[in-house]
Design a protein around this ligand. Structure first.
Ligand code: ATP
Ligand code: MG
Length: 319
């Protein structure tokens, strides 16, 4: 199966691009998004890397945490997830503002009224993730491409469904007990006034979304994680780590992009030396990952920036 099959013949709904820092994740993800959109698929590219560079790569502003139309390509939309904004929404969902909305304010200990301090470990990733969940559930786009952060961060993101599930599970039980106590207080002090607290339902819904997203992302007919790497020792180590975690979380992987391969330039001692080094690691990569489809991308003589350069890269990836 070629990379093109993932978009045209056996189209997936989710493609995730990941790998070590600086190896070309954003460039390759953006090139794939342009290619898919040009082949008639309504495509959304989302950056989940807190250090966004999608705007730089597309050479247009897609920042601000909202979906933007990509100029110059039909059917293409882009978004850089804004963890700060998502954090505020999360706090609102978890604290259940309605607890504090009865006047006069009651002398309820903080612990009982304010749950906003209960932040799951890795909250920034969690929030970027909960934003992502919205898109996983939506059927608005034919294809959603994720430009992920460097490996360590992405591995935490992938472990989040499990983590959040147990976190929200505990939180739900806690809220249920709290609600029972609070209901008694309320009916005593508020003289019949009832204030509906829907934070439990919201938590329950978030928990369900997480479960649904996990199952979508582990379905090989829907999802493929594309590992991007360069032919160097450090990148191989990091790829090993990434692959074993993807395996653990049952995220399907069948493609590897080996990027920035040196051209063979006669009379250039520096290039020859780099190329000899890369050849050694290319052999190693081919032996290690023989079960994967490997696509090689040469080092361009310029940076890959803007739609037309990205189209050039797409030509190499998909043709
Ligand atoms: N094949 C290539 N030839 C030349 N330059 C490249 C190639 N691939 C990527 N680049 C350039 O290398 C830089 C890093 O690429 P990119 O931003 O895609 O990597 P990344 O893996 O997303 O980085 P980060 O980990 O910082 O998110 C960019 O300036 C990009 O234009
Ligand atoms: Mg990037």
């Amino acid at each position: 199966m070629t990379l093109n099959d993932l978009i045209v013949d056996k189209p997936r709904k989710f493609l995730l691009f990941g790998g070590k820092g600086g190896v070309g994740k954003t460039s390759n993800a953006a090139a794939a998004a342009i290619w898919a959109a040009e082949h008639g698929r309504e495509t959304l590219i989302i950056s989940t890397d807190p250090a966004h560079s999608l705007s730089d790569s597309l050479n247009q502003d897609v920042s601000g945490g909202e979906i933007k139309i990509v100029q110059g390509v039909d059917n293409l939309f882009a978004m850089e997830v804004n963890p700060k904004k998502e954090f505020q929404k999360y706090q609102a969902a978890v604290s259940g503002e309605s607890f504090n909305s009865i006047s006069p304010p009651l002398p309820i200990p903080d612990l009982l009224t304010d749950l906003s301090g209960l932040t799951p470990p890795g909250a920034d990733e969690a929030l970027a993730f909960s934003k992502v969940l919205e898109f996983i559930e939506s059927s608005e786009y034919d294809l959603i491409i994720f430009d992920t952060a460097p490996t360590g961060h992405t591995l935490r993101l992938l472990s989040l469904p499990e983590l959040l599930n147990s976190f929200f599970g505990k939180l739900l039980t806690f809220r249920l007990r709290l609600s029972a106590i609070w209901d008694r207080f309320k009916s005593f002090f508020s003289r019949g006034e009832t204030v509906r607290d829907d934070s439990l339902e919201r938590l329950e819904a978030l928990k369900k979304s997480i479960e649904a997203a996990s199952s979508e992302l582990s379905d090989p007919n829907k999802t493929s994680f594309i590992v991007v790497m360069i032919p160097e020792a450090m990148a191989i180590y990091e790829t090993e780590r990434l692959l074993s975690t993807l395996y653990e979380y049952e995220i399907p992987v069948d493609h590897i992009i080996v990027n920035m391969i040196y051209p063979d330039i006669p009379d250039c001692v520096f290039c020859r030396s780099r190329k000899t080094m890369q050849d050694k690691y290319l052999k190693e990569i081919q032996a290690l990952y023989s079960e994967f489809n490997i696509t090689k991308v040469p080092l361009f003589n310029d940076e890959i920036r803007g739609i037309s350069k990205l189209k050039e890269l797409a030509g190499i990836l998909f043709e």
